[in-house]
Every structure is written in structure tokens, then in C-alpha cells.
Design a protein around this ligand. Structure first.
Ligand code: FES
Length: 128
């Protein structure tokens, strides 16, 4: 049994390298270190960042870990995931990005509803 403090500390955090930005501008990557116990899922980790570090980080979710709303889709290490069901491992480093095939709103938030289903900004708005 090895309880060396440095090993415990190394495994006690998760690193999230999050792509941030708005449409029509170059994006930046911001790195956040999250306590592993606060980030069992990617959504948990992002919510921890927004609560404790940076309340400007934008991402979308509605049901929190029920996997019912389907609004938390984003990219984790290049794969499309639901943030609420994507499990994170202590001591690991992850790249987080918005969906590449949807219009970017800001940071990790994309316009996921078809334009005809949006209240404003859809094609029907152009016909007024
Ligand atoms: S938060 Fe609702 S499906 Fe992920």
C-alpha cells in the first residue's frame, strides 16, 4: 500500500482544456483544474468550473445527469458525447470543444434545435 501524498494529489484533479469563443472570431483554449471528486461526469466538472472558477463559461444542459434532455452534447477528446454521461478519470487531461457541425453560440454552446423550432432567428423570422 502506497499512500504517498504526491500520488494522492496527482490523482485528485482532472484537467479540462476547454475551447472558448464566439462565432466569427478565433477561439482560445482555457485550462481548468477540477477536483476529481467534483467531476464524476464532464457536466459535473463544467458546473464546478462555472460555480467556483469562471461563471462566464457557456454550455447547455437541462436535466443534469438524467440523460433525458439531450442538450449537453459536446466533444470530449474528439468524440461527441453527452456531457452528463461522459465519465472522467482522476489524473487525466481532457480536451473539450463544442459540436463542430452545429452553429456556435458561445464556448461549448451550440444551436442544437433546428432553425424552424427556434422562437427567434429561424427562417420564419426572415419572412416577416
Ligand atoms: S443534461 Fe440532459 S441529457 Fe445531459
Amino acid at each position: 500500500m502506497n499512500n504517498a501524498p504526491s500520488e494522492a494529489r496527482d490523482g485528485a484533479t482532472i484537467t479540462l482544456r476547454v475551447q472558448r469563443g464566439v462565432p466569427q472570431q478565433a477561439h482560445a483554449v482555457q485550462t481548468y483544474t477540477v477536483p476529481a471528486e467534483a467531476a464524476a461526469s464532464l457536466l459535473d466538472g463544467l458546473r464546478w468550473v462555472r460555480t467556483h472558477v469562471d461563471d462566464t463559461l457557456a454550455f447547455r444542459y437541462a436535466c443534469i445527469n438524467a440523460n433525458a434532455c439531450k442538450e449537453c452534447m459536446m466533444r470530449l477528446d474528439g468524440k461527441t458525447v453527452y456531457a452528463c454521461t461522459a465519465r472522467l478519470e482522476p489524473g487525466h487531461d481532457y480536451a473539450v470543444a463544442p459540436l463542430p457541425n452545429k452553429p456556435l453560440v458561445r464556448d461549448l454552446m451550440t444551436a442544437i434545435a433546428p432553425s424552424k423550432e427556434r422562437l427567434f432567428g429561424g427562417e420564419e423570422d426572415d419572412e416577416r
